[in-house]
Every structure is written in C-alpha cells, then in structure tokens.
Design a protein around this ligand. Structure first.
Ligand code: C2E
Ligand code: SIN
Ligand code: SIN
Ligand code: FE
Ligand code: FE
Length: 402
C-alpha cells in the first residue's frame, strides 16, 4: 500500500508531465492512463464539453484491448450526451461534484440519473463500479467529465472506488483540466496555421489534414507495438507525430496559386516547382531542436520519397540555398520511418479525395493502388500495418468526412 504522501508526490510529477503535452488526443490518453493506473482501474472514458453537449472523446479498456487490439476505432466514433441530470456524466458536469457508484446496474431510483448500457451491450463488457469526476479549471470552467471504470483489487476482482481514490482523482482532474484547455488552444493555433496553407488550395480541407494525421499515428502505433516499443515511448511519439503529420504540406504556402490551383495536369516545369514544397516546409522547422520540430522537418522534407528510390527531393546539401539542387533519391530505410508512414497516409487520402486536378477514386481502386505499390512507392511493412488496421482507417474517414 502506498502512503498518501508518496501518492501526492507522484501526482505532482504526473501533473508536471501533463503540462508539457501539447496535443489534445495524446493529453487525454495520458490523463486517462495515469488516473487509471492510480486507482487500478480496468477502463475509463473522457467526455469533453462541446457546445451544450458532452462529446465522447477518449476511451481506454484493458479487458477489451486484450480481446480485440483494434478497438481503437472506437475513439473515432461519434457519441454525445446532453448535459442534463439523466446520464451519470451529464449529472456530474452539472453538479460539478465527483460521484462514486458501486454498481451501475443497481442504482436506486431516488436519483435523477441512470446508467446507459449502450457501450456494455455493443462490446459485451460489464461496467460495475465507477468514479466520475468533473474536469474543472481553476476559473470554474467545466471542460468535460472523466469516468474511471471497474477498480480492480490485487486478484483482479472488481471493487468499489473509495474516498481516497475520489480525493486524488479530483485533485488530478483539476490540474488536468488546465492542461486540456491549453492543449485545445494549441490545436486551434495549429489548425489556423493549416487553414492558411489550405486557403490556397481550396479542394484540400482541414479534414484531409486531420485524416492524414490520424492514419499516421494509428499505423505508427501498430508498427511500434509489433516491435514491442514501450508504451510510454509510443504515447510520447504519437503526441509530436500527430501535429507533424498535419503539417506535412505546409510548404505549399510558398507555391504560387497558378500552380497550386491549376485545374489540369502540371507541366514538367510546374511540377519541378511544386516539388519544392518539401524543402520549403522543412525550412520552417530548421531552427528548433524540439522533438515536434525535428519530426515535422523529417516529414515535410521526406514525405514524397519512395521506398524504391524513385521519389524526391533526395539528398540536398543545403536546404537554404537559393538554388535548390535535388540530389540522389533516398531509398528504403534511408527515408525516416515517420515520412514513410505519412507517404502512404497522404497518397491514400489524396486518391480517395477530390482535388482541383483529379476526381475521387473509389475504395477498391485506392486499396488496389496501395497494394500495387507495396515495395515500390511504399515500405512493405507500412502497407501491411495499414491493411491490418483497415477498420480503424475507415472509422477515421467516417469521423473526418468532408
Ligand atoms: P496531393 O494532391 O496531396 O497528392 C499527394 C500525392 O498523392 C501525390 O504526390 C501522388 O503521389 C499521389 N496522388 C495524388 N493523386 C494521384 C493520382 O491521381 N494518381 C496517382 N497515381 N497518384 C496520385 P505528387 O505526385 O508528388 O504530387 C505532389 C503535389 O503536387 C500534390 O499533392 C498536388 O498538390 C500537386 N500536383 C501533382 N500533380 C498535379 C497536377 O496534375 N495538377 C495540379 N494542379 N497539382 C498537382
Ligand atoms: C495542403 O495544402 O496540403 C493542406 C495544408 C497543409 O497540410 O499544410
Ligand atoms: C503521380 O500521379 O504524380 C504519380 C504518382 C506515383 O508515382 O505514385
Ligand atoms: Fe506533399
Ligand atoms: Fe497532402
């Protein structure tokens, strides 16, 4: 048994860590993970306030993870509840107070809320004990609700949450809320930057960028798990990778409209200029040594290299020189892994989308193309991972559809 004092020290360390996470999804992932670790809970959910609703935003479940490793697709499903007294999450958001329930299937009828067995039924899971806490910032702004599910004792039996759990998770939730608010602001800033790039290319929407980023981190996670990469490293990488993937084409801001918005096929001369968007993008991240900048630079520069060595821009002596000379193309593992993943994610999404210069391809055509380019344009292992999580890919498309 840990003492309260060491628990408190641990909490402060986690809080400090959360304050450095910039990406919202990674942050929610971390918050839920730490809160569950703290209370030895099997599962958990985070709802975020959006308008007058609570939107289902994050979900973890060890039991279901073991049964079905691609359960991730659920993160991308769309589910929301109104903020009212009828649901447990709504009640907690309204009251602003934490709530312990020992068995959700035995709630007395002297309370206004009841348990919604929707998820239990879909996933054949049995929710028993819950601890539901509001996510409130220091300025009393409710940003969401976190629900921790099924506390487990040392033998793995489900037990109720206790007052200690409630106290610590509430403290933790208050600090986490500030981080959530900040991460939402960072995401808005990045999206604004991307909008600027996109304004120039009207057929490419924010959804394209969101989809490419989501495919990328899911493929990465699949590959990393196969290689037994530690979970803590996967989480940290996903954080930076999502934003870096969103910015893969940010160098297009420097390409003239006559080329970018051209309805038909580019001439050789125009395509030569277009190819420079890789170098222009990389320049934007040249000065910083933060992990996010390093990954962003790698992706911007290398996302059009091809596994068989026929891509661009290849090795370049100095990306800042006035006359960029494309060098010998990179090949195979000379291309950074993150760029190999974005290459597939970007092309798949470009194919299924309408562009000023092409109409959209159907599902089968896009899949066949990706498969036909295995070992040519794309890293074969990345292609395999992509097809292994194809149900997740489809869920992402559904969530971010134009
Ligand atoms: P993008 O539209 O985001 O496309 C990204 C990549 O997806 C392309 O890189 C290419 O590998 C793949 N892709 C897109 N559409 C098709 C297609 O119809 N068939 C096949 N086989 N692959 C496709 P790529 O070729 O290096 O082009 C980079 C960027 O240059 C494109 O980004 C787009 O912005 C621009 N671009 C390429 N070709 C044309 C064109 O003919 N007209 C115009 N206006 N822009 C073009
Ligand atoms: C685009 O123009 O490709 C979208 C914006 C971006 O990825 O920077
Ligand atoms: C293209 O349409 O630009 C060619 C795409 C490819 O080689 O993958
Ligand atoms: Fe590109
Ligand atoms: Fe793109």
């Amino acid at each position: 048994m840990r003492t309260s004092k060491s628990k408190l020290a641990e909490l402060l360390a986690i809080t400090e860590k959360l304050n450095h996470v910039k990406d919202l999804d990674s942050l929610l992932d971390n918050i839920l993970y730490e809160a569950r670790k703290f209370t030895s809970a099997d599962a958990g959910t985070i709802f975020l306030v959006e308008g007058d609703k609570l939107k289902f935003s994050y979900f973890q479940n060890d039991t279901l993870d073991k049964k079905n490793p691609t359960i991730n697709q659920f993160i991308y499903s769309i589910f929301e509840v109104p903020i009212d007294e009828k649901s447990i999450a709504g009640y907690v958001a309204l009251s602003g107070k934490p709530l312990i329930i020992n068995n959700v299937y035995e709630i007395e009828n002297d309370v206004p809320y009841s348990f919604n067995p929707y998820f239990d039924n879909i996933f054949e899971y049995k929710t028993v004990s819950t601890l539901t806490v509001p996510l409130i910032t220091s300025r009393q702004n409710v940003v969401g609700v976190m629900q921790i599910i099924n506390a487990l004792d040392e033998e793995g039996n489900i037990t109720p949450f206790d007052d200690d759990d409630k106290m610590f998770v509430t403290f933790f939730a208050n600090n986490a809320s500030v981080a959530i608010e900040r991460a939402k602001m960072t995401r808005e800033m990045v999206l604004r930057m991307i909008k600027m790039a996109e304004l120039r290319d009207p057929k490419e929407t924010g959804n394209h960028v969101n989809r490419v980023a989501a495919y990328t981190i899911e493929i990465y996670e699949r590959l990393a798990k196969k290689k037994n990469t530690p979970l803590s490293e996967i989480k940290k990488t996903k954080d930076a990778l999502r934003i870096a993937a969103m910015l893969h084409d940010v160098g297009k801001v420097a390409i003239s409209d006559t080329i970018l918005k051209k309805k038909g096929k580019l001439t050789d001369e125009e395509f030569k200029i277009m190819k420079l968007h890789t170098v222009y993008g990389a320049r934007l991240f040249k000065n910083s040594m933060s992990e996010m900048d390093i990954i962003s630079r790698e992706i911007a520069l290398n996302h059009h290299e091809k596994w068989d060595g026929s891509g661009y821009p290849g090795y370049i002596d100095n990306i800042f020189s006035d006359e960029i000379k494309f060098g010998k193309s990179k090949k195979g593992e000379e291309i950074p892994l993150f760029a190999r993943i974005v290459a597939l994610a970007d092309v798949y999404d470009a194919l299924i989308s309408e562009r000023v210069y092409k109409s959209e391809w159907n599902e089968e055509e896009a899949k066949n193309y990706i498969l036909s380019q295995k070992g040519k344009h794309f890293d074969p292992e990345v292609v395999d991972a992509f097809f292994e999580i194809y149900d997740v890919i489809l869920a992402i498309r559904k969530k971010y559809s134009d």
